[in-house]
Design a protein. Structure first.
Lengths: 322, 341
């Protein structure tokens, strides 16, 4: 495996509210290799978006990064001052946001909003050179240069999302975080936008963390998939491995909940709800919903095992012991 | 912005001014049958300035200004003279024309009130926006409740309060503190030719208390509105994305935050203009400030209805213009309105 761009160790993001401490992300380890496409899946509240926000250091009070390290090329982002972090945002790590419908400033033209990014990261070139840059960026994401002169309300949803992708790639970041970038778009535009994202990604060689819950989309896009549950990473493996041989019962259920193209199988959900992150029960957080739960699952948190394909489940600790 | 849009706004402006003028013409005349000319004559007679022929003088006046004619004819006569730019003559300060009176008073009101409203709006909006943003200075958080407490107090009550503190109880202030004038717009009996520094200071000194009473009671209102708008804006996706793009904090505050939060504030400003103008009349009266407010107050007291008409007409035009300007400028500051326009 290539040298990791981003190394996350024991990341903990806690929200201190009156009712107690919500452990939104609770001890996540993750490596992202140069140019790698990592999918992060899980239900709402599983901590996938919070993990992405933590990488950006955009956790707002009452939330905080309660522990762990996030190293980008050996630099721990958790330790950076706010001004230092500002120069990382957009420059080294870029974000493609979830709700592009509202992600652009309604009173500024696309051109000015793009220029804001360049100027605030110290790009100070002649008008013509800046202009060329913007035109190139627009072409990269498949937009006509005259979009630059429009206001956000004059763009379609797909166009807006393309503009946010253009903003994300304008400083050639090492890592792009894409938080459900297509959730507000219809399926045809979804595909186009994902293809655009993949094109520009391979062009600049950035790594991508794609956050979402659409397993189908993940299967098409990602190299590896991390499955999150109740603030923890429960399985991390290559796409082939995850779909061919899912090892965690939760992953299995996630995959079997995908609609079948034959249309014969009844659509299956996962019964039950994830645990409250205020008071996570002892043992494996998935135990109450797990069809294969054993006695030990209620007592002991399963450890993460494996090097490349990682899983946290007692089914496999026992298998190893036996 | 299309011609039809501008035409519609200007048409609305004319309609509003005409309707308001009509209402204000009939209202005092229907509500009261006082005769200001006769009252004036009786007063003069009482002080011995006029002995005989009072009825003749009154009749002559009424004939000259058509006051003996039916009200609807007077209305037509008034409208046509207004259209010609003639606001008639003051019935009490005869033969001074209403236009002259207004021209004399207008600069004082524009100076005092215009300045105070803008200062209050700017201060309030800026502090409200800052308070809504993360990292607001602690002292500002302490100051806002004071202004919020002051804002429901009417201007004129605040004016009395200021007069008490800064004039009646002058001994509460330190030695070096200048005595602040509580009446007039400049020192009585001083004749200035042109504007030198001494005169500017004189005028500024006289405006401190009346301006303060307006500003103090307004800042909280604007701050509260702006804080609410800014909190909403701070949670918008475009502000979050701007932060994630690593834009400069001052740019995010100004061009992404305030620029958007200010839009509804400007609407409120135009709409509040009429309330502000009417409230300010009393402030001018209390401080004997020679502006439109005291002119109107004196005119009402003496039932000098041509002056009432004139002043109110100017105020109506002023308020309607504020709304018109907002309507015409809004598409320029909010591109989303442009399509509809």
């Amino acid at each position: 495996m290539a040298e990791p761009v981003l190394t996350i160790r024991d990341l903990r993001v806690y929200f201190n509210i009156r009712a107690g401490t919500v452990r939104a992300v609770d001890g996540v380890d993750l490596d992202i290799a140069e140019g790698e496409k990592l999918g992060l899946v899980g239900e709402s509240g599983s901590g996938k978006t919070t993990t992405a926000l933590a990488i950006m250091r955009m956790i707002k009070p009452p939330g905080e990064i309660a522990g762990g390290t996030i190293s980008l090329d050996g630099r721990d982002l958790v330790e950076l001052s706010e001004p230092e972090m500002r120069s990382v945002r957009g420059n080294d790590i870029a974000m493609v946001p979830q709700a592009a419908m509202n992600a652009l400033n309604p009173v500024r033209r696309v051109r000015d909003q793009m220029l804001d990014g360049l100027r605030d990261h110290g790009v100070n070139e002649s008008r013509n050179r800046m202009q060329d840059r913007l035109t190139t960026l627009m072409a990269q994401v498949g937009l006509n240069a005259n979009v630059l002169d429009l206001f956000p309300h004059e763009l379609s949803g797909g166009m807006k999302q393309r503009v946010t992708i253009a903003m994300a790639i304008c400083h050639n970041p090492r890592l792009i975080l894409a938080d459900e970038p297509t959730s507000a778009l219809d399926v045809v535009v979804q595909r186009q936008v994902m293809e655009t994202l993949e094109d520009v990604r391979s062009e600049i060689g950035a790594a991508v963390i794609l956050v979402g819950h659409d397993m189908g989309l993940m299967a098409q896009f990602a190299d590896r998939i991390g499955v999150m549950y109740a603030g923890k990473l429960v399985e991390l493996a290559t796409v082939e491995q995850i779909f061919a041989n899912p090892r965690h019962p939760y992953t299995r259920l996630l995959i079997s909940s995908l609609p079948d193209t034959d249309g014969k199988k009844r659509l299956q959900g996962i019964p039950g709800l994830p645990p409250s992150l205020l008071a996570v029960p002892p043992g494996c957080p998935f135990m109450p919903r797990c069809p294969e739960a054993m006695d030990i699952c209620g007592v002991q948190v399963p450890e993460l095992i494996g090097d490349i394909d990682i899983v946290s489940c007692h089914l496999h600790t026992e298998a190893r012991v036996a | 912005m299309s011609i039809t849009y501008i035409g519609a706004r200007v048409g609305m402006f004319i309609l509003v001014v005409w309707l308001a003028t009509t209402v204000i013409f009939f209202l005092p005349r229907i509500a009261s049958d006082r005769n200001p000319v006769r009252e004036r004559m009786i007063m003069m007679a009482a002080t011995g300035n006029l002995s005989t022929g009072m009825e003749k003088v009154v009749a002559a006046y009424e004939r000259d200004y058509g006051l003996d004619q039916p009200l609807y004819l007077q209305y037509i006569r008034y409208l046509s003279s207004v259209l010609r730019g003639d606001l008639n003559v003051s019935l009490i300060r005869h033969p001074t024309t209403v236009m002259d009176l207004i021209q004399e008073r207008m600069p004082w009101t524009l100076g005092l009130v215009g300045f105070s409203i803008l200062v209050a709006f700017a201060l309030g909006s800026l502090s409200g926006a800052t308070l809504a943003w993360p990292g607001a200075p602690t002292w500002l958080k302490g100051v806002l409740p004071i202004f919020l407490t002051l804002s429901p107090i009417p201007y004129f009550m605040l004016a009395f309060f200021l007069i008490f503190i800064f004039a009646v109880r002058h001994e509460w202030q330190p030695e070096w503190w200048p005595m602040l004038p509580i009446a007039g717009a400049s020192k009585v009996g001083t004749i200035y030719d042109g504007w030198d520094l001494a005169r500017v200071w004189d005028v500024v000194r006289h405006s401190i208390l009346p301006a303060s009473s307006i500003i103090l009671s307004q800042v909280g209102f604007w701050a509260l509105g702006m804080r609410g708008m800014m909190i909403t804006t701070a949670g918008e996706d475009y502000v979050t994305l701007a932060q994630m793009r690593g834009l400069r904090p001052d740019r995010i505050f100004g061009q992404y935050g305030m620029r958007n939060a200010l839009l509804p504030q400007l609407t409120s400003l135009a709409l509040a203009m009429s309330l502000i103008v009417s409230g300010v009349i009393l402030v001018e009266y209390i401080f004997r400030y020679p502006g439109m407010g005291s002119l109107l107050f004196d005119a009402i007291a003496g039932f000098d209805y041509f002056v009432i008409y004139g002043v109110v007409l100017v105020l109506i035009i002023f308020v309607a213009t504020a709304t018109l300007v907002l309507d015409l400028v809004y598409p320029l500051i909010d591109p989303r309105v442009r399509r509809a326009a």
